[in-house]
Design a protein around this ligand. Structure first.
Ligand SMILES: C[S@@+](CC[C@H](N)C(=O)[O-])C[C@H]1O[C@@H](n2cnc3c(N)ncnc32)[C@H](O)[C@@H]1O
Length: 422
């Protein structure tokens, strides 16, 4: 039987097949998109067998009366393959200089930085469905899901140069570490460590909140370094706190970076990049023509914010909001709660607008507004062609969770130079 039918990626991810053909937690979309994106390099082999099986399941569903062999499925997969190479804003470089994997990928802040330096991403994992949507729209792949699961880890290809991960910060004790990897299920750092142990990349680049340094009275970072240096044998220089505002974006965001080199690289020194001289202000990322009904605050809400802040200020703790002037840098963008209100902007052009009924009450006349998702993207150094396909609420969460691309890129540049990748 010859199947001259192109199966679109949408079909693999469509509700119909999700419900009728695949198991709820199947990695089919991830397998298929990774297979397609890697078809020109040797890494497609890691995904091929399962991509064929997924295609077979779809064909069996579509043609219940026909006998679908693996061969037929492979034929159909190949036939549709090149049609599925969708255009995305951030494709892999044509002639990659090195390979990396993107763990806890979020919306791919690491990925943009590494691709800019000539890297090809051959595997990615991120379990949040909304973040997966943004990831696919911009890079083409659907990330694999829960990295703690063996069925996710098993797809990680063998031969990559750099492992990137901005893993969430969690508590764990030295006692826990001593029990070994098996006993530490649920502590995400140990999943990262386990992947490093199995795959032995030339280098890794980890990112975390600054608080990791003092977390559990400094014990957490101590264990992390002990595992990386002594158990895994990597050269790991002292972790460094880097600030996004030192690398060309107007955001005061301090994060801890941890890099490491495999002993075979013989690299035994490393210097984090110095701040670039380029200084930027909020004005440089400010969006023009912001939709007033969406981002401007109502008069009543502004009153509430002011009252709240005054009440709390008398108790000595500032609370609620902060106005960022054009000439300033923004606070670190963070997820949830009042995070957005730490980054209000005054945009006086609002006086030209007539309040509409979309916003409860009257739009404030002082021009107080929230920053837009695009402004948050720019504060993290994401280029303007980065697609934001999700709701504002998800977008704020995703950019707030992400990394400052320029600071990551400058650091990665040093890693790549050290590895003599040209
Ligand atoms: C701090 S964010 C990293 C963001 C990323 N560096 C970026 O540039 O957007 C951590 C991410 O890890 C994801 N995550 C947490 N636990 C996970 C798990 N077990 N498997 C896969 N992803 C996970 C979260 O959904 C979150 O997006």
């Amino acid at each position: 039987m010859d199947i001259k039918e192109k199966i679109s990626i949408e079909e693999y991810s469509g509700k119909l097949y999700k419900m009728r053909v695949f198991e709820p937690n199947d990695n089919n979309e991830a397998v298929l998109t990774h297979f397609i994106k890697n078809h020109l390099n040797g890494d497609a082999k890691f995904f091929k067998e399962d991509a064929i099986k997924a295609t077979k399941k779809i064909l069996e569903y579509k043609y219940p009366d026909k006998k679908i062999t693996l061969q037929v499925a492979e034929q159909a997969l190949q036939y549709g393959l090149f049609d599925k190479m969708e255009k995305v804003p951030f494709p892999s470089p044509d002639k990659p200089k090195f390979k990396f994997i993107d763990l806890f990928a979020g919306i791919g802040g690491f990925r943009i930085a590494m691709q800019n330096l000539g890297g090809q991403c051959i595997y990615t994992s991120e379990w949040d469905l909304e973040a997966q949507k943004t990831y696919k729209a911009n890079y083409g792949e659907i990330p694999f899901g829960d990295i703690t699961k063996e069925e996710t880890k098993k797809y990680i290809p063998d031969n990559f140069d750099i492992l990137c991960a901005g893993f969430p910060c969690q508590a764990f004790s030295i006692a826990g570490k001593r029990k070994g990897f098996e006993e530490n299920r649920g502590v995400l750092f140990f999943d990262v460590a386990e992947i490093i142990r199995r795959k032995q990349p030339k280098a890794f680049f980890l990112e975390n909140v600054k608080g990791l340094l003092n977390h559990d009275k400094g014990r957490t970072i101590e264990v992390i370094l002990d595992v990386l240096r002594n158990d895994l044998g990597y050269f790991v220089p002292e972790p460094q706190i880097m600030n996004a505002k030192d690398f060309g974006v107007p955001q005061n965001r301090e994060r801890i970076y941890i890099v490491g080199f495999h002993k075979d690289t013989k690299i035994l020194d490393f210097e984090y990049p110095k701040p670039t001289s380029k200084k930027v202000q909020f004005f440089n990322v400010k969006e023009e023509n912001v939709v007033p009904t969406k981002y401007y605050l109502s008069t009543q809400y502004v009153k509430t914010l002011i009252a709240h802040k005054e009440r709390h200020a008398s108790k000595g703790n500032g609370f609620g909001y902060e106005i960022i002037k054009d000439s300033e840098v923004a606070n670190a963008i963070v997820v949830g709660g009042m995070g957005r209100e730490r980054n209000l902007v005054i945009d006086n052009r609002i006086t030209d607008f007539t309040p509409t009924t979309h916003i409860k009450g009257e739009v404030n006349r002082d021009g107080w507004r929230r920053m837009t998702p695009r402004e948050w993207a720019r504060l993290q150094g994401f280029p303007d062609n980065f697609i934001i396909p999700v709701s504002d609420a998800s977008a704020y969460k995703q950019f707030g969770n992400s990394v400052a691309v320029p600071a990551i890129q400058e650091t990665a540049k040093v890693i790549i130079n050290k590895l003599k990748i040209k």
